[in-house]
Each structure stands twice: as structure tokens, then as C-alpha cells.
Design a protein around this ligand. Structure first.
Ligand code: GCB
Length: 614
């Protein structure tokens, strides 16, 4: 198709605007997205045969990054194991001399090792958080550089996630963007702003992590500026600090009267800029988009900016038949805009940290975010292992929090989903991880999603450690009837009357086009009518006026159907094998009737403040 020049320019501008990010660095950036060479390594020969070196022969095919090989190479849908990527890059001739080269990967699944010019420069064991490698000593300035990445999407036994994980496809590959960045020797490595409501106005604490690469100490002047969305300066501060080698965390605290808070209804954003300058005049700066918000629990209710809040939420996976987990920015935007239009004020990023752009969109559209590490039904023997806690849980939580904490939309950090929370080993894990999260970020709520609430079954013993009780329930699908939700919520509330409760999952499968004019009260009916009846009946109970004092919302499972290795056989419709059908839209984003029904109910709930009026 030919696009007229003017329209092409407009299209590029629109894409550029659509992709506007919440973090801006002053340094230089070279995108390494695009074609890479790729090769599977099922026999694990690559390391011994030095496939990371320029000399590595064999047959390499071209794959586009970001992408997942399980989808890009159709016959490898089920592939689990090692694979290699490589490409060349050149440092742009106009980049400054000296300074640092950083390679920034936003997501490589499930684990990765990286080489530059044959030298191993780092490795990263987690799939869903980004990582940054200082590759200064390996990069050549005026010649081609060879970048090689070994990825491995084999699931490990004693890790998070572990072998019990089968909740979504274990897509492998470099599935999010990659870039090379240049920064001066002293630079701002991270920036965020904690906020606290005062009787009048807000207290705020801008905080930065500064990195200094010399061996001597250097004097650095810091200039902090906060601007509103129109660019007006609302606050500024200058300060001098002496930095030793390595990392230093610097923060300032102040208060402002006239700022507006961030909320789903009014997602007011500010830009915080930190500019630093060393004795030699070298400068660096980092800008984040941020906002003023406070989330807390008081007794059995959750409060946002001092007002009771009720979550009207939905969960979302990163999945699409064409892209696997490597969703392009337009699709992220499409999904989050639709979720907003559905009447949601909340999104659960299930079950892992998602693309940074998703958090940017939540900030600007006004969607509160639940962000989780992939401890999905992890075995309690694994969770109860101190080594797993130190190697897999804490660092994964720390990466998620440090990378996403500047987003005003983030309200909840979750330490996992549906492990056996009736077991003392899980209680130990939850107490340790929730403590860890609170120490790192005392301004957000911490919890996990529990499925141990069924009458007559072992009870959850982890809830006392969580800021609020999050319940995944499928009454009328996997067990019980659609009318059992209310009594279960009342029983949980009776046990722990001082904790807010949120239903963090409820949903029923609907095969597109399958009808049943008289849907039942329980069982895997798979009709579109049953899905609507299930969701409405559950919401009748969750948002009932008599439960207002302890219910703080409901999060539907799930926005879109998604690839799920578990969905095969039994009553699951054959033509939909390996597809989880609990979406309100199909994998291709085509609406099911439930979309409209939920939209109507969520808009009513928005008007009533979260209380059923029927
Ligand atoms: C759950 C899980 C979610 C599944 C869902 C289902 O409880 O948390 O990952 O996809 O149920 O469809 O069974």
C-alpha cells in the first residue's frame, strides 16, 4: 500500500505520541529493536561452541525483536529450552567520548545471558522485569560490535515461577525492546517520588539513585524541578552532594499546598526533573512523570487520597495470537483504552510485571494498578525455601518495585497467586515478602491472591500478613453455584473483621458463538449467556449494599482470552483447545456479549460509588 508523504508523516507523529514514555533520559539512545539473527539450541551446544562469538557458523534465521520465537517460528510453539540471538551495532559517531554504555533490556524470557564482542557482560534470571548492563569495557567505539544473547525458557524446579506453573504460555525470547544508552560517568540511575497527604496539601519526597563511576569522590550539584502538565514550574530545589564511587541514594522532602492529586477520575500528572552537574561541568538528567496519591487501609476499607475507594477492575495478560507476549505499543494502548471504556478504575497485571508502557498508559488514562511477581501456584516447598526467597522472590520484587514505583497508578504490589496459603510454609513466605515490600515501598499496599476460601476446605492462614484480603473465586464454575459468593465473603469477613476484602478474580468461560438461552446455576456451560449470568450474579453479591463496609471491589478474570496450556480435554470445547475462554473479548479483541453487560454494570457502580442499586 502506498501512503502519501503527508499522511505518512502524520502517522509517524501519531505513533510517536502514542508511545510517549514516562521516563526520559538526557543521554543518547540507540534502539536495538529490529532484525536479529536467531538460532535454536535444543542440544545446548551453543556455549561450548561459542555461538556468542563472531566465528559461530551454522544456520541462523532472521527474527524481529521484540518478539517471541514460540509464535514467530510456528513449529516451535511448544519449544522449551535454549536459543540464541545476535546482531551487530555501531556506536553513533556523534556520541560524546568517555562516559558509560548501558544495554537496556525491557524483558527477555525466561532467563538470559549476554555477550558483547565475545565477552560475557551479564545475565538475568527473571522474565518479566527489565535489566541494565554496563558494557562500557566491552564496547568498541569505531567498529562493529557483536551483541549475542542466549535465552532459555525451560522452567526450573526450585525457582519463581516453578514447575507447577501452567497458567499461561511460557513464551521465550527477547519479547520487549532493547536499547544502547550513553550516559556520563556520573548519572541519575533511578528517580521516583513518594507522596503523603497532609491536612492541607501534600508532603512529597523525590528520591534518586545516583551512580558515580570514578574512584575518587566528586562534588555534584543537584537541581530538582517539578512541573505541572502545562510545563509550569511548581517547585524547585538546589542542593550539593559529595558522591563516592558506586551508588548513592539522595532524597529531599518538602510540602506543597496547591497541587492536584492523581485519581482514576482525574489522573493529574506532573513531571519531576533531576539535573545533575559535576565539577567538570558534565551534566545528566532524568525526567519522570509522576503524581500525588495516597493509598491506605483503615479498618475494613481501602482509601485513595483519603476517600473510600471501590475497585472496578479487570485482569489482563500480555497475549495475542499474532504476537504472543510481545505486544506492540498500539495493542497495549488499545487494551488499556478499552478497559477504561469498560468502566474500570483498576487493572490487575496478571500475573507478572508487564511492559513499562502499560504502566505509562495506566498513569495517563487513570487506572489503578496491581503489579505481581509470577509466584503462580508455586509449590510451598519452593516458597518455604530460604534460598528461593533470597534468590528469586526478593530480587524479583525489588526489580519490579524499583522499575515501576515512579508510576502514580501503582497501588498494589502482589507477592503471588494461589499458592497453598493454608500451609505454614506459605505463611512464612508471605510474611517475609510482605515485610520486604513494605520496607522497600511503604506507600503501597501489599497482598497476594488466595483461593483458600471454600467452606469445608483448609483455610487460608496468610491473610493476617496482607494489607487486604484478595480472593480468587470461581463459585459456579469450578465448584459450588453462582449464589455461593456472598455467604463465603460474609464468612471470611467474620473471621477477619478488620481487613478489607477484594475479589481479585471471578470469571466463567464463554466460547464465542456458543448459546444457551437457559443458562444453569453452576457447571462449565461455556455459553455466552452463562458468562453474563455468572458475572452479573457475582457482582450482585460482591457489591451488595450490606457488604459495603468490608468489600473494596472486584476484579474480573479476564479482559481477553489467552493461550493457556491447561485448557484442553474434559468439557473444554475442542475447537478452543489451549485457549482460556474467560475473556470478555476474544484473543483477537472481538467483544463477547459480556463486554457490554459489564460495561453497563461498571458505569452504574461508578455512579453509585460501588454499591448495587438494583
Ligand atoms: C485462576 C488463576 C488464573 C487462571 C484462572 C482460570 O485461578 O489465577 O491464572 O487463568 O484461574 O481460568 O482458571
Amino acid at each position: 500500500m502506498l501512503i502519501h508523504g503527508k499522511w505518512l508523516l502524520l502517522a509517524l507523529l501519531v505513533v510517536g505520541m502514542a508511545c510517549q514514555r514516562s521516563v526520559e533520559v538526557k543521554g543518547r539512545k540507540l534502539s536495538l529493536d529490529g532484525p536479529w539473527q536467531f538460532r535454536f539450541d535444543p542440544q545446548d551446544r551453543g556455549l561450548a561452541e561459542a555461538w556468542y562469538s563472531g566465528a559461530a557458523g551454522g544456520t541462523w534465521r532472521t527474527l524481529s525483536v521484540p518478539g517471541t520465537y514460540n509464535v514467530q517460528v510456528p513449529e516451535s510453539l511448544w519449544y522449551q529450552g535454549k536459543a540464541w540471538y545476535r546482531r551487530k551495532f555501531r556506536v553513533p559517531a556523534n556520541w560524546p567520548t568517555g562516559g558509560r554504555f548501558l544495554l537496556r533490556f525491557n524483558g527477555v524470557a525466561l532467563r538470559s545471558r549476554v555477550w558483547v564482542n565475545g565477552k560475557q557482560v551479564g545475565e538475568h534470571p527473571f522474565a518479566y522485569t527489565g535489566f541494565e548492563l554496563d558494557v562500557t569495557d566491552a564496547v568498541q567505539r569505531s567498529a562493529d560490535n557483536l551483541l549475542a544473547v542466549q535465552v532459555d525458557n525451560k522452567i526450573l524446579d526450585r525457582a519463581i515461577p516453578d514447575k507447577k506453573w501452567h497458567g499461561w504460555w511460557d513464551y521465550g525470547g527477547i519479547f520487549r525492546s532493547v536499547a544502547l544508552e550513553w550516559r556520563p560517568d556520573t548519572y541519575v540511575a533511578n528517580l521516583w517520588m513518594d507522596t503523603r497527604m497532609l491536612k492541607s496539601g501534600w508532603e512529597f519526597t523525590p528520591t534518586a539513585v545516583l551512580r558515580q563511576h570514578g574512584t575518587d569522590s566528586v562534588d555534584v550539584s543537584l537541581s530538582w524541578v517539578l512541573r505541572d502538565s502545562e510545563g509550569n514550574r511548581v517547585w524547585e530545589k538546589q542542593q550539593g552532594v559529595r558522591l563516592g564511587a558506586g551508588e548513592t541514594t539522595v532524597s529531599v522532602r518538602d510540602a506543597l499546598n496547591q497541587v492536584k492529586s492523581w485519581s482514576p477520575e482525574h489522573p493529574t500528572l506532573y513531571n519531576l526533573v533531576l539535573r545533575i552537574r559535576d565539577e567538570l561541568g558534565n551534566e545528566d538528567s532524568l525526567t519522570i512523570r509522576t503524581g500525588f496519591r495516597q493509598i491506605e487501609t483503615r479498618g475494613s476499607k481501602i482509601y485513595l487520597n483519603g476517600e473510600p475507594v471501590v475497585f472496578r477492575g479487570i485482569s489482563r495478560h500480555e497475549d495475542h495470537p499474532e504476537y504472543g507476549s510481545a505486544l506492540p505499543p498500539e495493542l497495549h494502548r488499545h487494551d488499556l483504552e478499552e478497559i477504561k471504556a469498560l468502566g474500570c478504575n483498576f487493572i490487575r497485571l496478571a500475573h507478572y510485571p508487564q511492559d513499562p508502557y502499560v504502566y505509562d498508559l495506566a498513569d495517563s488514562l487513570g487506572l489503578m494498578v496491581w503489579s505481581e511477581i509470577p509466584a503462580w501456584q508455586t509449590s510451598v516447598d519452593v516458597l518455604g525455601d530460604k534460598e528461593v526467597l533470597e534468590k528469586w522472590a526478593k530480587p524479583q520484587l525489588a526489580e519490579m518495585i524499583n522499575q515501576m514505583r515512579h508510576h502514580p497508578s501503582v497501588m498494589v504490589w502482589s507477592v503471588g497467586n494461589e499458592f497453598d496459603s493454608s500451609s505454614p510454609k506459605a505463611a512464612w513466605y508471605v510474611s517475609q515478602t510482605i515485610d520486604f515490600v513494605h520496607q522497600l515501598d511503604p506507600t503501597r499496599l501489599a497482598t497476594f491472591a488466595s483461593d483458600r476460601h471454600r467452606p469445608g476446605k483448609p483455610k487460608d492462614i496468610c491473610w493476617p500478613y496482607a494489607d487486604f484480603i484478595a480472593i480468587n473465586e470461581y463459585y459456579g464454575w469450578y465448584y459450588g453455584t453462582i449464589h455461593d459468593v456472598g455467604p463465603m465473603l460474609d464468612a471470611v469477613h467474620k473471621r477477619l473483621p478488620d481487613k478489607p476484602i477484594v475479589v481479585s478474580e471471578f470469571g466463567a468461560g464463554a466460547a464465542p458463538g456458543k448459546h444457551n438461552p437457559n443458562p444453569p446455576e453452576s457447571g462449565k456451560d461455556y455459553s455466552e449467556e452463562y458468562q453474563v449470568k455468572f458475572l452479573m450474579t457475582h457482582m450482585d453479591q460482591i457489591f451488595a449494599p450490606e457488604r459495603q463496609d468490608f468489600m473494596s471491589g472486584a476484579i474480573i478474570w479476564v479482559y481477553a482470552d489467552f493461550a493457556d496450556p491447561h485448557r484442553v480435554g474434559g468439557p473444554h470445547p475442542k475447537e478452543w483447545s489451549y485457549v482460556n475462554l474467560k475473556g470478555l473479548v476474544t484473543r483477537e479483541r472481538k467483544h463477547k456479549p459480556s463486554f457490554k453487560a459489564v460495561q453497563q454494570r461498571f458505569h452504574e457502580l461508578a455512579k453509585s460509588g460501588g454499591k448495587n442499586l438494583r
